[in-house]
Write a new protein. Structure first.
Lengths: 98, 224
């Protein structure tokens, strides 16, 4: 039991938040996606999504780049190698705790 | 953990959110059935029975599917529900390896059976069930329930083809030069199954595309 609690306490807080966990799980399954796709899948509003992405970017887990698709501005997001590693470790720890 | 698993699978399901994948499969199935029908009902030395015609036909179909899909994704899907770039290993290697292994095994089996002069009519008649199983596997990871009805249509259609009298199924290939090499009902069952799969997939893709257009719209531009 103590070991379980310790494992839960060691979980990455940046990823553990449900909104960010959804985003990291989605981004881990793709090479990259745009802001609109994440908004469509998570049904978050723009403000909430931006705030979560900013936290993930600050932690070095997500790489954000602004480009254009034709004449339309596009925000491309991809998980960094450290983001992938952190997500894999998070999943491993959750499995251990359960 | 199940919740995480569902999010990990969402990008794969997103690939056919607009039904374009099914439209492509259905188009390929019907196109292939069309060239097979032309081959059956043309003289043996006609242009439709040349290998290069088949390569050109399939090449043109692949080009239409490739550029058509690209155009729909770029002009309709990405502006409405977003852009996804898939990981290369997911999109290229696994389907290629699976297709190669399955094709090699089926081809070897068919050659072996023909060599032994086995009657393949019944297995070929039921081949539609394999198509239905493959389709069911593809839609199982999506939450679109009505597509199970399409699986039902495929299964029932395939069973009907398998239970039709031999002369009815064989009528598809009657008077064709190919009946000197293969039984007419064998050729007929193959063609009917490919047509059934192509038509049901194309209709299902068309319905998905129509529903996608109905339920989505291009969002207004704003800061992200």
């Amino acid at each position: 039991m103590t070991r379980q609690i310790r494992t839960i306490a060691e979980l990455d807080r940046v990823i553990h938040e449900p909104g960010r966990l959804m985003l990291v799980a989605l981004l881990s399954a793709v090479e990259s996606s745009d802001f609109l796709y994440l908004q469509h899948e998570t049904e978050m509003n723009k403000g909430t999504l931006s705030s979560h992405l900013w936290k993930l970017e600050e932690a070095g887990y997500v790489d954000v780049s602004k480009t254009y698709r034709g004449k339309v501005p596009q925000t491309l997001l991809r998980l960094t190698p450290s983001g992938r590693k952190a997500f894999e470790q998070y999943r491993k720890k959750v499995k251990e705790a359960l | 953990m199940d919740e995480i698993g569902s999010f990990l699978n969402r990008p794969k399901a997103y690939c056919n959110i607009d039904g374009v994948g099914e439209l492509g499969l259905g188009f390929m199935g019907l196109g292939y059935a069309a060239i097979e029908w032309l081959k059956l009902h043309s003289p043996r030395n006609s242009v439709w029975n040349q290998m290069y015609t088949r390569f050109i036909w399939i090449g043109v179909m692949c080009a239409i599917i490739h550029y058509g899909t690209k155009a729909i994704k770029n002009h309709i899907t990405f502006p409405r529900t977003g852009f996804v770039e898939y990981r290369k290993r997911d999109t290229l290697w696994l389907p290629l390896i699976v297709s190669f292994v399955v094709s090699a095994m089926v081809s070897a089996g068919v050659v072996f059976a023909l060599h032994r002069r086995w009657n393949l009519t019944t297995p070929v008649s039921l081949f539609g069930l394999v198509f239905a199983a493959a389709y069911a596997y593809g839609i199982a990871r999506t939450a679109v329930r009505w597509k199970w009805g399409v699986v039902g249509v495929m299964v029932i259609g395939s069973l009907i083809i398998a239970t039709l009298p031999a002369h009815v199924v064989g009528a598809v290939a009657n008077h064709s030069w190919i009946t000197r090499q293969f039984r007419a009902e064998l050729v007929g069952a193959t063609l009917l199954n490919i047509t059934l799969y192509g038509a049901t997939t194309l209709i299902s893709g068309g319905i998905s595309f129509w529903l996608y257009l109905r339920h989505t719209s291009v969002p207004s531009q704003g800061s992200e």
